[in-house]
Design a protein around this ligand. Structure first.
Ligand code: F6P
Length: 550
């Protein structure tokens, strides 16, 4: 591991909103008062080719962003002024960019192929061989029967990435792979149809101390012990962790403990051994393809000039809409079967990374940082929350994601329906429908003039609502790897412009600590008094009502 000093960049130390580039953007924003995307498209037949870029099997159409060539120039000037290039080099070189935890965030090294550190290559090799044996039916439970079901026990970054990749890229054959995050019912429901003799659990926890995961791991061990395969529960466990000792004491056999390292952040860990359940679902070769796709995006990020650099363009467009148009949330909407879990993965990636209030040197920010990210499958969303996207008073920039070619098992017609809906939504958000157009349309339908005039304002759509469309070649492991790495780097670029640390999560850590200290209160005979009156009151209410059935 490299142990170079933190790459603190002198250029980024000035308050963002006082920089010349920021001021120039604020000035430029005034020119947008009377602009509408519809007009920009009408005036420039080349707008799509001018504002789209392609890399690693992905096409980014950002022509429906609220940008002109001048906007883009000013945003690129901001990136230069914030020393973005140096920050990217520091990240990819494995410098200690996580300056509060004094470590690197070197997820790019996990997918660097032959150039990856030796321990990374060694771990990937063991993962491949374990996966190969599992998929060939050669890994047996204590009773000698081959494993048919793998249950991943992990949460947050130790679940979201592998669950997404397994869903998107699973291949025929091999054991079924299940993901359990929440203790209690979710585990019970997953285990109900399974046979303990042929079930293997993978405890996925970098810290091996996450409450939910450990509760599930203990419950799984008890389930094995109470079942027929209970003779040797260890034979039914593997673990992925940076705390090997803890996994061994839990009873995981040594050769089934897959390491990860402190320089791999939870939300960036799919590419490490945390990806094991995904590798089991898709097979070693496809997992390698996913790594290769991500590595291709790393190379693109490192080498491509900012004006054609996909993560940079997406990050800058996002900043522009958020800061200068007050768009305070963002939706990510896949129209691609298999990518339904993408918004949840992204939510952790962005909101844990960018939800910060101080700069890297601990000074309060004078500007907003990460926005709320939300979303879900487009086919469902357009029958639910899209109403607000089209006509609500709070415009929300959207990333639409679709695939050029259909997924195996989806016929061409179904795929065309998917694309038509996806493109229609972004077109409508961009162009809107004016009250006059609506009124004329109603009149054409034979609606009386007074009624048409009454209905027109209700049916009109403002338009001018920005979106990106990301078009993948197909939903392959390679394009998935590129897509996820693209979002990782987009997140990093924003953190660099804001001068925040994208790689710690102290808010989450405080929450975990407080939950641990609250837990004993529920079994204590004495009333809770150590906390604020609301928290004490809630704990004491639960204790008082314990005997009463709801
Ligand atoms: O609760 C948030 C978090 O700390 C994430 O950053 C991490 O991905 C998750 O918990 C799980 O942590 P672990 O892998 O240590 O169990």
């Amino acid at each position: 591991m490299p142990a170079m000093p933190a790459g603190q960049n002198k250029k980024s130390s000035a308050s963002l909103t006082r920089t010349p580039a920021w001021r120039a953007l604020a000035e430029h924003r005034r020119t947008w008062r009377d602009r509408h995307l519809r007009g920009l498209f009408a005036a420039d037949p080349q707008r799509f080719s001018r504002f789209s870029a392609e890399a690693c099997g992905l096409l980014l159409d950002y022509s429906k962003n609220l940008v002109t060539a001048e906007t883009l120039e000013l945003l690129l000037a901001l990136a230069r002024e914030r020393g973005l290039e140096d920050r990217i080099s520091d990240l990819l070189a494995g410098k200690r960019v996580n300056n509060t935890e004094k470590r690197a965030a070197w997820h790019s090294a996990l997918r660097a192929g032959h150039a990856a550190p030796r321990e990374v290559r060694g771990t990937l090799e063991s993962m491949r061989s374990f996966t190969g044996a599992l998929r060939a039916g050669a890994v047996k439970g204590a009773g000698g029967r081959p494993v048919t079901d793998v249950v991943s026990l992990g949460i947050g970054g130790s679940a979201l990435g592998p669950a997404l990749a397994a869903e998107a890229c699973a291949a025929e054959g091999g054991p079924r792979v299940h993901f359990v995050t929440t203790p209690g019912e979710m585990l019970a429901r997953t285990l109900a149809p399974l046979d303990a003799e042929t079930t293997l659990f993978i405890v996925q926890s970098k810290s091996f101390s996450t409450q939910e995961t450990l509760i599930n791991a203990r419950a799984a061990r008890a389930w094995l012990e109470n079942s027929r395969g209970g003779a040797d529960p260890g034979a039914h466990f593997a673990a992925v962790t940076a705390q090997a000792e803890a996994a061994l004491s839990f009873g995981v056999p040594q050769d089934r403990v897959f390491p990860m390292w402190d320089w791999v952040g939870g939300r960036y860990s799919l590419w490490s051994a945390v990806g094991l359940p995904a590798m089991i679902a898709m097979g070693g070769d496809r997992f390698d393809d996913m790594l290769a796709g991500a590595a291709a995006m790393d190379a693109h990020f490192a080498e491509t000039p900012p004006e054609r650099n996909l993560p940079v363009l997406m990050a800058l467009g996002g900043l522009w809409h958020a800061h200068f148009f007050g768009m305070d949330s963002r939706a990510v909407i896949p129209y691609a079967p298999g990518l339904e879990l993408l918004p949840a993965w992204l939510q952790q990636l962005e909101m844990e990374s960018l939800g910060k209030s101080v700069s890297r040197n601990g000074k309060p920010l004078r500007h907003d940082s990460g926005a709320v990210l939300w979303g879900g499958a487009g086919t469902e969303g357009q029958h639910a929350y899209f109403q607000m996207l089209h006509q609500g008073t709070r415009p929300v920039p959207v990333d639409f994601i679709a695939c050029r070619a259909p997924r195996a098992g989806t016929d061409g017609e179904t795929h065309a329906v998917m694309l038509a809906n996806c493109f229609a939504q972004s077109a409508l958000l961009m162009q809107g429908v004016s009250a006059t157009e609506t009124e004329q349309d109603l009149l054409r339908q034979g609606i009386p003039a007074r009624e048409a005039a009454r209905l027109a304002p209700h049916q009109a759509l403002p338009g001018n609502r920005p979106s990106n469309t990301l078009l993948l070649d197909a939903l392959s492991p390679r394009s998935l790897g590129a897509l996820l790495a693209l979002y990782e780097h987009r997140t990093f670029v924003q953190s660099a412009i804001w001068d925040i640390n994208a790689f710690d999560q102290w808010g989450v850590e405080h929450g975990k600590r407080l939950a641990n200290s609250l837990l004993p209160e529920f079994s204590s005979a004495a009333p809770a008094t150590a906390h604020d009156t609301s928290t004490n009151g809630l704990v004491n209410y639960v204790k008082k009502m314990k005997t009463e059935k709801p």
